[in-house]
Ligand binder design. Structure first.
Ligand code: SF4
Length: 222
């Protein structure tokens, strides 16, 4: 199924309040910014894709405002231009739900679907959200690629697959074959403003990860 619509995962509720701290934070966010989307953000893209990208959590003025992962925030600028460069989207930028963006054989989600204070989810909040991540991982085509943006996303993917994190160390560009639907886990530094402005992550480093993902996807049987 190729939907590119917003909420297509049958387990996910945009009214989820399983994490009390985050639910309260969302109430405050809706009061402060009544025009924002202000709820748990669903995954976006094809539900049966070869590539799944897992970020950390919605940004307050990005996905929390627009309702779509990485849309309208700084981290999305590099992510969406890179996806376009490697043939995973129909356009290079993402500004709002009405921008015409479509992902191609690709889906984007977050380890935690509600905006957390200071962009820092707690470990129990990551655990609470694993069910939704597991659903997304099950939708990836067998032999496909999961790009985890940052250590929290990397460890959440392993947890969702019931794999011990010590067996698959996080590192930029690390590639691991995991025994969950024969998936390939590619790790990357998160494309956050902090990482790109400090040059911990350069455009070239980020593109190498997606070039690798593209090569793996292109070798998959049709
Ligand atoms: S972070 Fe996930 S589990 Fe927690 S309230 Fe939001 S959607 Fe629900």
């Amino acid at each position: 199924m190729s939907d590119n619509a917003q909420a297509s995962d049958d387990s996910f509720s945009p009214n989820c309040v399983r994490c009390p701290r985050l639910a309260k934070f969302l109430v405050r966010s809706r009061e402060r910014f009544p025009d924002y989307y202000g709820r748990p953000v669903p995954a976006f893209g094809d539900s049966n894709s070869a590539l799944l990208i897992v970020g950390l959590a919605p940004g307050m003025h990005g996905a929390n405002a627009t309702g779509r992962p990485f849309t309208g925030d700084h981290a999305g600028v590099l992510l969406y231009s890179t996806l376009y460069k490697f043939g995973f989207s129909n356009q290079s930028s993402s500004t709002s739900l009405a921008d015409g963006l479509k992902l191609i054989d690709c889906r984007i989600t977050n380890a935690v679907r509600c905006v957390p204070p200071q962009n820092k989810p707690k470990s129990d909040e990551v655990s609470n959200c694993l069910e939704y991540l597991r659903f997304d991982l099950k939708q990836v085509k067998s032999g496909g690629v999961v790009v985890a943006l940052g250590r929290v996303a990397h460890e959440a993917v392993l947890k969702a697959c019931d794999l011990p994190s010590r067996s698959f160390k996080f590192g930029h560009g690390n590639l691991s074959s995991i025994k969950f639907n024969d998936l390939n886990l590619l790790s990357s530094y998160h494309c956050s403003r902090y990482n790109t402005q400090t040059r911990r992550l350069t455009v070239e480093m980020f593109e190498e990860v997606f070039e690798n993902a593209r090569n793996i996807v292109d070798r998959m049987p049709q």
